[in-house]
Write a new protein. Structure first.
Length: 322
């Protein structure tokens, strides 16, 4: 589904954006060994390279979250640093919620992994991955990937079924328990995001829609909260993002399929292309670039400058190239 926009003249740009000074302590090496540390205002406080907010660094945990209608409302996704939206079989969608530092008590419902996740997560330094199974032929690739796979059979103490919800949409994760079982998970590193005041220009936007054949998303600007309220399949949720990126990528068939024979899409996150960035009630055209799976994705304005995101949770929606 192509993204559709509804705009209003003179949309208000949210105030209160904080300019963050970025201190480069060393180059970002392939494989994520040395990282760019960011300090806010020179007071020495650590600032997350994923949200632009002060906090404490921690290991990276990626959780595959079910996004079928029976899986909603979600639990714990509001605490994620970054939420990736990807297409799965039959035009449905799934989320990859990435946490680094702040952990909710519970996240879910948890569902299965896809081949695209391995390339997507390569930009992090050997993260922990929570998921509930995968296609049989994909499991060896997951085992070989530079991440720490922890499905229920590898960390049973970290998962529990909610008897009040119907399976398979009732598996929940205890993030702290999973990380306790994964002490080798890599600490959060810089993946190329920049935070600060908005660039000049942009167009006012009340609401922007995007999605797939059987899944839709709408991001509506809430000026009072200074966030983009998230709706899914026409239903409002409690989720909200400071910055939303509609990243146009190649989505092609993979070599894997689900139990019913439907071919799994593969989302190409390495390369370059166009994007739309939403922040502060406005939208901007942008460019994205990720030279290799071992590198993060950088976003630029049309003038070739680093695109500054608003501090807070970031959503990246992978939409098909036009």
């Amino acid at each position: 589904m192509a993204d559709r926009r509804r705009r209003r003249p003179g949309a208000r740009t949210a105030a209160g954006s904080v300019t963050l000074a970025l201190a480069l302590l060393g180059p970002l090496l392939l494989g994520g060994c040395e990282v760019e540390r960011r300090e806010d205002g020179g007071d020495g406080a650590w600032v997350s390279p994923l949200t632009g907010l002060p906090g404490e660094p921690g290991p990276v945990l990626a959780v595959k979250v079910d996004n079928a209608p029976p899986a909603r409302p979600h639990t714990g996704v509001e605490a994620a640093d970054v939420v990736y939206v990807e297409e799965v079989e039959a035009g449905l969608s799934r989320l990859v919620a990435v946490f680094a530092g702040q952990l909710p008590d519970r996240v879910g419902p948890v569902r299965s992994a896809r081949e695209s996740d391995l390339e997507l997560l390569r930009q992090f330094d050997e993260p922990a991955l929570a998921f509930s199974g995968a296609q049989g032929g994909l499991l060896p690739l997951i085992d070989e990937a530079p991440l720490h796979a922890r499905p229920p059979e590898a960390a049973p103490e970290a998962y529990a079924r909610d008897p009040e919800r119907a399976a398979p949409h009732n598996l929940y994760l205890d993030p702290a328990a999973l990380l306790a079982a994964t002490p080798e998970a890599g600490e959060v590193t810089d993946i190329g995001l920049t935070f600060g005041d908005p660039p000049e220009g942009g167009s006012p936007a009340d609401e922007v829609e995007a999605g797939y054949a059987a899944a839709s998303f709408a991001f509506r600007w809430d000026a009072a909260a200074e966030r983009w309220a998230v709706a899914m399949d026409g239903e409002e949720t409690e989720l909200a993002a400071a910055t939303v990126v509609l990243q146009r990528v190649e989505i092609r068939p993979s070599d894997f399929s689900d139990g019913g024979g439907a071919v799994s899409p593969y989302t190409e996150t390495v390369g370059s292309g166009e994007a739309t960035v939403l922040r502060d009630g406005r939208e901007w055209p942008a460019r994205w670039s990720r030279p290799s799976a071992r590198r993060g994705t950088e976003f630029e304005t049309e003038d070739g400058e680093a695109f500054p995101f608003a501090a807070g949770q970031v959503w990246v929606v992978y939409v098909p190239e036009e």
